[in-house]
Design a protein around this ligand. Structure first.
Ligand code: ADP
Ligand code: MG
Ligand code: ZN
Length: 501
């Protein structure tokens, strides 16, 4: 079986039958909100503390305790909703009843059939859009650690439970099944992560579990209706997400082609084994006995609150990419544009371009030479000036890189740094003189180079010989490309003169 790879259609061609299959993927993403305290009590919301130190009667579910909704959590949930283009509606909290050791109350408070944020979308850098069904508020559970070989509750020797996470505010973002490839799924999570960071809603660390992804995967023949899906739980890196989707799709295709059918179930990704394994089957589905949480009133954010949220939203990454792309005359997907926004250097890039800096060179510096601390403090006019010096041939690319590093460190103007380092790239006339001088003093080699036919192996070697001599004569100030161009030009002139061409 092989993937068609990178064309965005998500078509997979079966190795055994040659048939084409489509992948259908819908993601459910949990993110922990970056509040100071938990969702319904005043316990600190902090990762990495000593286990069971951030707990109280409310988040331990002791009888008689009452939840009080944290306004800061709602604020962040609304930011997420509005950044994803959702409509804000009155939300109702419900109790989702089930027994599990990480749930001290034996129920989780979650928005169920009336979530706060509904019907949004997320634009991906490739131009596609993925629908968002809902982004609802709920509380996190505690954290189980199962000791034993499996790492799961089944077959474990004993389990440790940390309730510090119980009651931490979460927003669950439920995406529509609009995703067609593992790469697109990764792009979705990566873009969502940028939005969560930009809005300050979450620190969105997959490795610490403040961003957790479940992937629903099904396959179908092109044009057919939706197939039966499996849900792969708790993928904790982008790499695992992509791999898990590819392996799960392959498993389902092989199953169907062998005459079997896919059973709707929860599966887990086994990173070492490189495969998904069954968890509980949805056919023996839990009955959560949802009912409205009697201790909380419905949450109805006012129109003014939503308006304030909208006005305070930062410019989102997609818009920043298109602004920089437009100014540079490049696609939003150009690597330099994407990286500039990722590193918060797009304002610098924009201003440098507006100050007359050549866009391609400005973006090249941002992409390759500015992944350093203090880069954002660089004055855009000075970056533009540096690029102008390069374009005028006064600095080679290598020299420009050195000058730029010093600009970041000291804030000094590029011309000044270049002069202090004795860096002026040679003016063309000076370079020509040096080239001719070296040719004149190495007559035998030059003769050999001129006579050598075009496909002769010696040409490369002799060119290297001359370039080295010229570089040395210019004390490293000549631009390698310019030297090479001059050598080619002098050689063909000599061949014409000698009647060889
Ligand atoms: P549940 O409530 O059982 O989790 P939902 O219908 O709300 O089920 O869907 C949950 C997630 O599954 C959503 O992200 C949705 O996009 C995705 N999904 C639904 N049907 C499919 C399918 N056939 N293939 C892949 N993903 C799907
Ligand atoms: Mg679900
Ligand atoms: Zn508490």
């Amino acid at each position: 079986m092989s993937r068609s790879g990178g064309d965005g259609t998500g078509l997979v061609v079966s190795g055994s039958t040659g048939d084409a299959w489509e992948l259908v993927i819908g993601l459910e993403v949990h993110c922990e909100l970056a509040t100071a305290t938990k969702l319904f009590c005043a316990c600190p919301n902090r990762f990495g503390d000593e286990p069971n130190t951030n707990v109280c009667p409310v988040c331990l579910g002791l009888p008689g305790s009452l939840p009080v909704l944290n306004k800061a959590a709602v604020e962040l949930a609304l930011r997420i909703g509005r950044a994803l283009g959702c409509t804000v509606r009155p939300g109702v909290f419900a109790r989702k009843n089930y027994f599990y050791p990480d749930m001290p109350k034996d129920y989780q408070i979650s928005q169920y059939d009336q979530p706060t944020n509904v019907d949004g979308w997320l634009g991906l850098p490739d131009g596609s859009r993925v629908g968002i069904e809902r982004a609802h508020i709920e509380e996190d559970t505690g954290k189980n650690t199962h000791a034993g070989d499996t790492g799961r509750i089944h077959g474990s020797d004993y389990s440790l439970i940390d309730y510090n996470r119980a009651g931490v505010p979460l927003v669950e973002i439920v995406g529509r099944p609009d995703i067609a490839t593992g790469d697109q799924a990764k792009a979705f999570v990566s873009e969502l992560r940028k939005i969560l960071l930009a809005t300050g809603a979450s620190d969105a660390k997959m490795e610490e579990g403040s961003l957790r992804v479940d992937a629903n995967v099904s396959v179908r023949r092109p044009g057919a209706g939706l197939g039966t899906r499996c849900e792969i739980k708790n993928l904790n890196s982008l790499r695992s997400l992509g791999r898990a989707i590819d392996h799960e799709a392959r498993r389902q295709i092989e199953l169907i082609e062998a005459g079997d059918r896919v059973t709707q179930q929860t599966r887990h990704w086994d990173e070492e084994g490189g495969c998904t394994r069954p968890g509980r089957s949805k056919e023996e589905a839990e009955d959560y006995r949802y009912f409205q949480e009697p201790d909380l009133v419905p949450l109805a954010p006012s129109a003014e609150w939503v308006k304030d949220i909208d006005e305070a939203l930062p410019t989102l990454p997609a818009k920043r990419r298109s602004a920089l792309g437009a100014a540079a005359g490049m696609a939003d997907t150009h690597a330099g544009v994407v990286i500039a926004v990722d590193r918060d250097l797009d304002a610098l890039g924009l201003a440098a371009i507006q100050a007359g800096g050549d866009p391609a060179r400005v973006l090249t510096h941002i992409e390759h030479n500015l992944a350093v601390e203090g880069a954002d403090a660089l004055e855009p006019e000075k970056l533009a000036d540096l690029v102008k010096l390069e374009l005028e041939g006064k600095l080679t690319a290598t020299q420009a890189k050195v000058v730029l590093a010093e600009m970041v460190a000291t804030g000094t103007a590029p011309a000044e740094i270049a002069a202090a380092r004795g860096f002026e790239a040679m003016a063309t006339s000076a370079l020509e003189a040096t080239v001719d001088e070296v040719i004149g003093s190495e007559q035998a080699e030059w003769d050999e180079l001129v006579r050598a036919p075009e496909d002769d192996k010696r040409i490369k070697k002799l060119n290297g010989f001359f370039t080295g001599k010229i570089m040395k004569a210019s004390r490293g100030q000549a631009d390698g490309k310019a030297v090479n161009a001059l050598l080619v030009q002098r050689r063909s002139a000599a061949r014409v003169e000698r009647g060889l061409d």
